[in-house]
Design a protein around this ligand. Structure first.
Ligand SMILES: [Zn+2]
Length: 117
């Protein structure tokens, strides 16, 4: 039987990290956007503008990833509350503890992990 409380703590810590990251990324994007307006940059012809656009797209991609990761963590915490944590949502088998160690937010066993965490 999986030590659910230990994973709850791990997941809560990871959630806090993600929330802090999301806050930092939003601030980054806001300040880059402000800089962009100050510079009144032309993305296509101004090298500075291209750099800013690149930074912005990197930060936006990271923001999306973090948001998706956070959603997985929230879902895993929900499964803990529902008493279904560590059970594959596809086949209902117990998820190997080693897999949960590596990915505490995973909703499925290794056989059903395709395209997911
Ligand atoms: Zn499975």
């Amino acid at each position: 039987m999986v030590d659910v409380e230990r994973f709850r703590i791990l997941l809560q810590e990871e959630r806090d990290r993600k929330l802090a990251l999301l806050t930092a990324l939003r601030q980054d994007i806001t300040s880059v956007n402000a800089a962009r307006q100050d510079a009144n940059a032309d993305d296509e012809h101004d090298p500075e503008g291209a750099t800013i656009a690149f930074e912005l797209s990197q930060a936006s991609a990271l923001l999306e990833q973090s948001r998706a990761g956070l959603a997985q963590i929230e879902a895993a915490l929900g499964r803990i509350d529902a008493g279904r944590y560590g059970i594959c949502e596809v086949c209902g088998d117990e998820i190997a503890e080693g897999r949960l160690e590596a990915r505490p937010w995973t909703p499925s066993c290794i056989r059903h992990s395709a395209g997911k965490a």
